[in-house]
Design a protein around this ligand. Structure first.
Ligand code: ADP
Ligand code: ZN
Length: 722
C-alpha cells in the first residue's frame, strides 16, 4: 500500500494524504489532481516528513485515490525548499506560495496545441456598433476568445458572432514549438579593463556552480548589463539556465532587443502581460530546461527551472521587487535564497544599492564588484540644486527660470530633455474654492487625482474613477473647482506653453501600460521624435538615450514628505537614477534639482556626487534607530469592511501581544492608509533586534488567537514603508 502526502493548491487546506493507485508512479514534486469532496484540485506530492501530518489521520483502507499525474516534470527539489522557506519567513500559507510555482493550467494541458483567434481582414458590409468596436480594438492581435473579448471590451458572444461571419478565424498555436537557442559567441563586446575584471570573476563563479551572491555596483552608464551578459554567456556555454529579474514589465521589451543584439535571439519572457498560449509555451519550455534564458518580473522567481545556474536581479534596489499583496515577499531577498538552494551565483546589479545590500557586503556575505566610471567617453552628469525660495517659478507655474534656460539651450542644440515628477495625472487634489469641498475616494483614505487627458478623477489606490465634475456637488457653485498641485500632465501643459513647437511625451504607467507601448516610446526617443519627456519614476529605470542631456527634477522634496524610514534613501536613489539618464553618450549631461531645502543631507550628497558620504550618514542613522539592517520590523495589518470589528480585533491583538526584552509591539493605530478598497485598516508594528526570531513569536502569538470571519489579519515581514 503506498500513500502520498499532497500539498493541495487551496488556500484553506493543509497537507492531505491520498493513495497512489496501481500503475501510477509519483515522486516528490509530481503535480497531481486529487478529489476533495465532490470537487477536484491540483496539488503537489511532498516529502511527508517535511510537512505536518494530515489532520484527519485517515486509515489506509479509507484513503481516496490520486486521480491523475500531470504530463510535466516534477517541481525540482530546490523549488520545494524555496516554497517552504518563503512560507516560513513571510508567514504565509504553503499553498499560496506553491501557487506561484505551479501553473496548473500549463501543467495539465497534455495537448501541445491551443486554438487562438485573429481578425481575417474581411469586414462584413453591415456591422453592429459592438462588432465594429471589437474589430477596431483587436486590430492585429491574437488570443483566446476570452482574451479578445477583454481587449475589445465586448462579450464573448460578439467575438463568436464575428467568427461565424468570417471576420475572425481560428489559428492553431503549437505550444511545444522550440525557442531558438541564444549563442554565447554571437556578438561579444570588447570590454573595458574594469568590466573585464568583473566579468572574469562572474564567469568563474558560474563555472564553479556554487552559491555566491554578488553586488555589481556600477554607476549609471558603466555597462553593468554588458558585464553580467558575460556571466550569462558562461551559463549558456555550460548548458545551464539563467533567470534575469527586472523590476518592471515595461523594461522587458527593450531588454529583449538588447539581449538579441548580444546573443543572436531573444530570451524567453515571463510576466503578467503574456497570453495564455505564450504562458503555456514558456512554462513547458522552462520546466523541461529547454528555455535557457528567462527574463521576467518577480513572479518568474518561483518557476521550476530544472537546471538553474545563474540568477540576476537588475536594478536590485527597486521597490517594485517588494510584493505588497497576497504573499508579502521581497523578490531580491527570495532570489538570493533561491541561489542558495540551487547552489548558484546571484548577481544584484545597481547603481544605488539598498542599505541592506551594502550591509551584506560589509559583513562579507556578498562580494562587491565595482565599476566606478561610465563606459567609453561618457562622463557622469553635473548636478546643480535650484533653491525654489531664491529662484521661484512664475505664479501658477512649476519650472524655475534657470531650468527653463537650460531646456531652451538643449532644444537649440537639438538635444533631448527630461522632466521628472513622481506623480501621475494632472493634479493630486481638486477642491472647491467656494465651500472648501475636497474630492475624496469613497473607498480609500486618499484624494481623487485629476486625469485631464481622459477627463476623469481617479483613486490611485483602488482604481475608483468618475468623470471630472463641472460644478461642486456640495454647493453647486459654478466655476469654483480648482486643481491643486502638479502632476506630470500639468507639467506637460506648462511645457506646451513654454515651447509650443517642441515634441513632448508623457511617460507614466498610464501611457506605457504595455511592453509594446514601452518599445514604441524607446523607438521615438531613439529617432529623435521627442524633444522633452515628462515622466514619473518609470523613466528613471534602465533607459539609455545618448542624446538626452538635460534632466530637471521638478519637486525633489516630494519623496521626503511623510518622513518614513526609507524616505531619504528612496529620494537619493530616485534622483541618482533619473540623473543617470543624462549625458550617457558623448555629450555631457546636466541635472537640475528643484528643492526647498538645498542644504538637506540628501541634496548635498546628490550635488557633490558623494554617495559614500550619503550611505555612511544613512547607515549611522539606521544604527541609532535600531532600524533595518540593524533591527527588524514586521507589520500586522488588521482589516475589515466593518470598522468596529477591525478595531476590536486590533485591540485584542494589542492586549495579547507578548512582552520580550528583544522586541516591542507598537499600536494598534490606524494604518497609514486607514481605509483601502473599502476596508478599514489598523496596524500593529513589531520592532525587534536583528537576531530575534520575529516569525516564531508572531506564529505563537497569532496562532493562539481567533477572530471573526469578517476580519482579515495580514503580516508583512520586513515591510518596505510604514
Ligand atoms: P548601466 O546598466 O550600468 O547603466 P549599460 O549596461 O546600459 O549601463 O551601458 C551603457 C551604454 O554603454 C550602453 O549603450 C552599452 O551598450 C554601452 N556599453 C557598455 N559597455 C560596453 C562595451 N564593453 N562595449 C560597447 N558598448 C558598451
Ligand atoms: Zn480608492
Amino acid at each position: 500500500m503506498s500513500r502520498a502526502r499532497i500539498l493541495v493548491l487551496h488556500p484553506a487546506l493543509g497537507p492531505l494524504d491520498y493513495r497512489i493507485p496501481h500503475g501510477m508512479t509519483v515522486e516528490p514534486g509530481s503535480i497531481v489532481v486529487v478529489p476533495i469532496g465532490p470537487r477536484q484540485y491540483a496539488g503537489v506530492v511532498w516529502e511527508p516528513e517535511r510537512l505536518p501530518p494530515d489532520k484527519e489521520e485517515i486509515g489506509d483502507n479509507r484513503l481516496r485515490n490520486i486521480l491523475a499525474v500531470a504530463d510535466t516534470p516534477p517541481i525540482p527539489e530546490p523549488v520545494r525548499r524555496l516554497v517552504e522557506w518563503t512560507a516560513d519567513y513571510y508567514l504565509s500559507p504553503l499553498s499560496a506560495v506553491l501557487a506561484m510555482a505551479v501553473r496548473t493550467s500549463a501543467a495539465f494541458e497534455a495537448a501541445p496545441t491551443i486554438t487562438e483567434y485573429r481578425a481575417t481582414g474581411l469586414v462584413p458590409d453591415r456591422l453592429t456598433p459592438q462588432r465594429e468596436q471589437a474589430l477596431e480594438r483587436i486590430g492585429e492581435r491574437q488570443g483566446l476568445v476570452r482574451e479578445l473579448a477583454t481587449i475589445a471590451d465586448v462579450s464573448e458572444g460578439v467575438i463568436r458572432g464575428l467568427c461565424k461571419v468570417g471576420a475572425i478565424e481560428a489559428v492553431i498555436v503549437d505550444t511545444d514549438s522550440p525557442y531558438p537557442l541564444p549563442d554565447p559567441n554571437f556578438a561579444p563586446p570588447e570590454l573595458s579593463g574594469e568590466q573585464a575584471d568583473a566579468a572574469s570573476i562572474l564567469r568563474q563563479s558560474v563555472t564553479a556552480e556554487a552559491f555566491q551572491p554578488f553586488l555589481l555596483d556600477g554607476v549609471t552608464g558603466s555597462g553593468k548589463t554588458e558585464v553580467y551578459f558575460e556571466a550569462v554567456a558562461a551559463a549558456l556555454a555550460s548548458g545551464k539556465q539563467t533567470l534575469v529579474l527586472l523590476p518592471e514589465i515595461a523594461l522587458t521589451e527593450p531588454f529583449l532587443t538588447r539581449f538579441a543584439k548580444r546573443f543572436g535571439c531573444e530570451p524567453v519572457a515571463w510576466h503578467s502581460g503574456l497570453r495564455t498560449s505564450q504562458r503555456r509555451r514558456a512554462w513547458r519550455a522552462i520546466s523541461r530546461g529547454e528555455a535557457k534564458v528567462v527574463v521576467g518580473a518577480r513572479s518568474a522567481l518561483f518557476l521550476p527551472y530544472p537546471r538553474l545556474g545563474l540568477i540576476i536581479v537588475d536594478e536590485a534596489h527597486e521597490t517594485s521587487f517588494k510584493q505588497e499583496e497576497g504573499v508579502h515577499y521581497h523578490a531580491r531577498d527570495v532570489a538570493v535564497m533561491r541561489g542558495r538552494f540551487e547552489g548558484c551565483p546571484v548577481i544584484l546589479a545597481s547603481a544605488t544599492p539598498a542599505i541592506e545590500t551594502r550591509h551584506q557586503v560589509e559583513l562579507g556575505r556578498y562580494e562587491e564588484l565595482k565599476l566606478p566610471g561610465r563606459y567609453g567617453l561618457a562622463e557622469l552628469p553635473d548636478i546643480e540644486a535650484i533653491d525654489l525660495i531664491k529662484e521661484p517659478p512664475d505664479r501658477g507655474r512649476w519650472l524655475s527660470p534657470r531650468l527653463i534656460l537650460a531646456i531652451d539651450a538643449a532644444l537649440e542644440r537639438g538635444e533631448q530633455s527630461l522632466l521628472f515628477l513622481n506623480r501621475r495625472g494632472y493634479a493630486p487634489l481638486t477642491l472647491c474654492r467656494h465651500c472648501g469641498h475636497r474630492f475624496q475616494c469613497p473607498n480609500c483614505t486618499a484624494w481623487m487625482v485629476e486625469h485631464r487627458l481622459i477627463r476623469r478623477l481617479s483613486c490611485h489606490h483602488c482604481g475608483h474613477t468618475v468623470p471630472t465634475p463641472e460644478i461642486c456637488p456640495e454647493c453647486e457653485e459654478p466655476d469654483s473647482l480648482v486643481a491643486c498641485g502638479p502632476g506630470v500632465e500639468r507639467i506637460a501643459d506648462e511645457v506646451a506653453i513654454l515651447w509650443p513647437n517642441a515634441k513632448t511625451a508623457i511617460v507614466t504607467s498610464d501611457t506605457l501600460w504595455s511592453p509594446a507601448k514601452a518599445a514604441e516610446f524607446v523607438a521615438r526617443m531613439e529617432h529623435g521624435d521627442i524633444d522633452i519627456v515628462v515622466g514619473t519614476q518609470l523613466v528613471t529605470k534602465g533607459y539609455h538615450f545618448p542624446n538626452l542631456t538635460v534632466v530637471g527634477v521638478v519637486d525633489a522634496d516630494l519623496g521626503l514628505d511623510g518622513g518614513d524610514l526609507r524616505a531619504s534613501e528612496r529620494t537619493f536613489q530616485q534622483i541618482m537614477q533619473v540623473s543617470g539618464r543624462a549625458g550617457r553618450g558623448e555629450k555631457p549631461g546636466k541635472v537640475f534639482i528643484q528643492t526647498h531645502s538645498p542644504e538637506a543631507g540628501v541634496m548635498q550628497a546628490l550635488i557633490s556626487g558623494d554617495s559614500a558620504a550619503f550611505y555612511a550618514a544613512e547607515t549611522e542613522a539606521r544604527r541609532d534607530a535600531g532600524a533595518p539592517p540593524y533591527g527588524r520590523y514586521a507589520a500586522i495589518i488588521v482589516s475589515s469592511e466593518d470598522k468596529a470589528a477591525a478595531e476590536e480585533t486590533a485591540r485584542m491583538l494589542g492586549r495579547t501581544a507578548p512582552h520580550r526584552e528583544e522586541m516591542h509591539v507598537y499600536g494598534p493605530a490606524p494604518a497609514p492608509l486607514a481605509m483601502l478598497r473599502g476596508r478599514h485598516r489598523f496596524r500593529l508594528l513589531v520592532h525587534a533586534r536583528r537576531a530575534f526570531d520575529v516569525q516564531d513569536m508572531i506564529r505563537d502569538w497569532l496562532g493562539a488567537l481567533e477572530w471573526s470571519g469578517k476580519v482579515r489579519v495580514a503580516v508583512d515581514v520586513d515591510p518596505y514603508s510604514f
